[in-house]
Design a protein around this ligand. Sequence first.
Ligand code: PDD
Length: 276
Amino acid sequence: MIYLNGKFMPIEEAYVPVLDRGFIFGDGVYEVIPVYSRKPFRLAEHLARLQHSLNGIRLKNPHTNEQLHALIEKIIAGNAADDQYLYLHITRGVAKRDHAFPAGVSPTVFMMSNPLLIPPRELLLTGVPAITASDNRWGRCDIKAISLLPNVLLRQLAIDSGAMETILLRDGFLTEGAASNIFIAKNNVLLTPPKSHLMLPGITYDVVLELAQAHAISHEVREITEEELRTADEVLLTSSTREVMPIVSLDGKPIGNGKPGSMFNQLNQLYQQYKA
Ligand code: PDD
């Protein structure tokens, strides 16, 4: 069962007019919220980021957080799996094609939830390969925009070369992954770039930093150079759907000893405990 503009229905029955500005311009924003044991994880933070994205595209939130929460609870209840991945999407609505904002148009609100398929254990034991690419996205990567063409193309580069993720570099510095945030470990210090307009402020990123703080893991939030990325002891990826994952090679060259390391093991264990 999905939610579309005030109604619950099977996904097969859900249609959006072709003039929806999401379809025509990619003019909308979204959230992906993990659901563990039927409870939305970090809901307040996801809704705050949604509001940040809506502010970024100057679209008034058509719902209060209480209304969104009630809709989310209904969607979760309407799906069989206990662990789900909830997708929430708001566009500027349906209007005659014109770049300028339309007047008097209601936003399109869509929500669906699917079983959450976290990475299989084997991948956490072996780690996964990644590649690097130049970050050619726009200057507002902090907005979780549905217009994901650069991210789609960048991620496909990884898939085409048998890797799991594309790690992005802008002007010689690490930004994030095509669909994830990136941490490195060097000499037992966890490092990650500071939030800026050049990356999505990840909810999992925040959780990992909080866990590091709470468990006295040395950490620093600062710019990371390409050189530091390539010579890191460990590289980790975080996202709502992939949690914390170890990256063990970059562009075909091993990271550290080419195996998931102690920083990954510790943070993954803490994350698994925290989410339970
Ligand atoms: N993507 N950076 C980008 C570009 C992302 O697309 C994502 C997540 C993240 C991680 O953010 P979070 O920890 O809040 O999931 C960082 C989601 C999962 C997606 O588009 O499917």
